[in-house]
Design a protein around this ligand. Structure first.
Ligand code: UD1
Ligand code: UDP
Length: 362
């Protein structure tokens, strides 16, 4: 039996971790869930534990929001205390947030083996805080769970081949595990009065889109003139910025179809995505989910880590550019070939649990 400390902190990490937590439990390993507290609103954190049946975190550091250094530093100190007390066989980290980097760095300094789920992703844009987190975490990690071949190739280009395993994507596992439940439990289409394929879905949370006024304005200007409802669950980072701009763009005017709502849970989000005419987003996870669900995606960034979705014709990169967004909506073609299974077979989490046991280092 392994003892594993899993470091989680932000919304997408709860979703990525849910299938792994299940697989580790089924394999009889002891997992200690360490929540950094990076996300803390009910709708950004606890709702996912409730819906995805993830046990309550064993520890919540309650670090909260702050500058990168203060937030990551607070996490580092708290995680170190836990690792010193628990002395796990593995520290498991997910994705590319400040919680990921803090977990990897704290463990590496203590010579506790680090395993990184979703290793090898690169945007090659160092303006993104996530890109530093990805590169540094991968270079700390002993075991690197790559979701795709591109991720394996990216690691090889940086000289990392030892400990790399292409396992598939745990977000695909999660979607397969929870889609039926979403159908049973989510009433969001009725609640919002939506017809299948009769609306757009959008999310925006990258600092480059929320914190640069011209970019947020360009995105909202494109959404504002759409003739079908645009459902927009607003990430807390974007909320105040949108409120500032609302006076000018009049998003709540009767002629505007944009519906700003609070962040939704995973089950509602799956339903909303599955039935959307198209998804317009800067989210990493939602670009993949759009692909899994065969929904066209318009990515409000100039580059993506998920290059396969673009190559397959299911994702268009527009950046925060009003004209490019509008013309890509007009160009949406739903007759394209079904997406290939490039994100695995839905059993990435089982492979991760098996590989951690097989390669026990300590
Ligand atoms: C973080 C990750 C990003 C990930 C995103 C997922 C980093 C550097 N960024 O970005 O990679 O895509 O999570 O959603 O780790 N806030 C609240 N309530 C919350 C959480 C945040 O109000 O529960 C607000 C605070 O004002 C905070 C801001 O959102 O300052 C940003 O939160 P933070 O966790 O720093 O970054 P995200 O933009 O959420
Ligand atoms: N998500 C959700 N509710 C929302 C917005 C997103 O459940 O209101 C889910 C989404 O389906 C995906 C994950 O959160 O599984 C993506 O998280 P986010 O966009 O915050 O981060 P990123 O993937 O860009 O790191």
């Amino acid at each position: 039996m392994l003892k594993i400390v899993s470091v989680l902190g932000a919304r997408p990490q709860f979703i990525k971790a849910a299938p792994v937590t299940r697989a580790l439990g089924q394999a009889g390993h002891r997992e200690i869930l360490l929540h950094t507290g990076q996300h803390y609103d009910y709708g950004m954190s606890k709702i996912f534990f409730d819906e995805l049946d993830i046990p309550e975190p064993d520890i919540n550091l309650g670090v909260g929001s702050d500058s990168h250094a203060a937030q990551t530093g607070g996490m580092l100190m708290g995680i170190e205390d836990v690792l010193l007390a628990e002395k796990p066989d593995w520290t498991l980290v997910y994705g590319d947030t400040n919680s990921t980097l803090a977990g990897a760095l704290a463990a590496a300094k203590l010579h506790i083996p680090v395993a990184h789920v979703e290793a090898g992703l690169r945007s090659y844009n160092r303006e993104m805080p996530e890109e530093h987190n990805r590169v540094l975490t991968d270079h700390c990690a002993d075991m690197l769970f790559a979701p795709t071949k591109t991720a394996v190739d990216n690691l090889a280009a940086e000289g990392i081949s030892q400990g790399v395993h292409k396992v598939g994507d745990t977000m695909y596992d999660a979607l397969l595990q929870f889609l039926d439940l979403a159908h049973q439990r989510s009433g969001i289409l009725d609640d919002l009065g939506l017809e299948p394929k009769g609306y757009f879905l959008t999310t925006v949370h990258r600092p480059s889109n929320t914190d640069i006024w011209e970019n947020l304005r360009a995105i909202l200007a494109a959404l504002r003139v759409l003739e079908e409802p645009v459902i927009f669950p607003v990430h807390p980072r974007a909320r105040a910025k949108i409120d500032e701009i609302d006076g000018e763009l009049q998003l709540s005017a009767p002629d505007c179809n944009v519906q700003l709502i609070e962040p939704v849970g995973y089950l509602d989000m799956l339903r909303l995505q599955e039935n959307a005419r198209a998804i317009l987003t800067d989210s990493g996870g939602m670009q993949k989910e759009a692909y899994f669900l065969k929904v066209p995606c318009i990515t409000l960034r100039h580059e993506t880590e998920w290059v396969e979705t673009v190559a397959a014709g299911w994702n268009i990169l527009t950046g925060p550019d009003t004209e490019a967004i509008r013309s890509s909506i007009t160009a949406i073609d739903t007759s394209r070939a079904a997406p290939a299974q490039i994100f695995g077979d839905g059993h990435a989490a089982d492979r991760i649990a098996a590989l951690l046991a097989e390669h026990q280092l300590s």
